[in-house]
Design a protein around this ligand. Structure first.
Ligand SMILES: [Zn+2]
Length: 117
């Protein structure tokens, strides 16, 4: 007999399955690019426990090629306004997985993940 398993199913299970998250432009090398470090900021998706230390999208660190990219500055300003204490820093791989801001924008700006079909 199969034991009753329904009780252990997590209601928000789909949020725990990383395979459907947008994975960005994985192959790109963003060494020498710039990102925005911020105070810890919890993921806005309900039920998600991810906390970002950088400006992120779908849990990926957003990176820009130029330190003075107007778009980067605009986002840093917004982060400042909401008290996230942003600092523009050179991106380094140990920070975590990165995604080019413009690749993210081209993907339709997924905030958390893209649902499979
Ligand atoms: Zn999340």
């Amino acid at each position: 007999m199969e034991p009753e398993r329904r009780s252990i199913v997590v209601p928000d299970q789909e949020l725990l399955e990383d395979e459907e998250l947008w994975t960005g432009d994985d192959d790109a090398d963003h060494g020498g690019w710039f990102c925005v470090r911020t105070d810890p900021f919890p993921c806005p998706a309900s039920g998600c426990v991810f906390v970002a230390d950088f400006m992120t999208a779908a849990h990926l660190i957003l990176v820009w090629q130029e330190r003075d990219d107007p778009n980067l500055l605009w986002h840093a300003q917004r982060a400042k306004e909401v008290g996230r204490n942003p600092r523009v820093v050179g991106y380094e791989e140990p920070f975590g997985a990165s995604a080019s801001y413009y690749a993210w924008e081209a993907a339709g700006r997924p905030v958390h993940g893209i649902r499979g079909r």
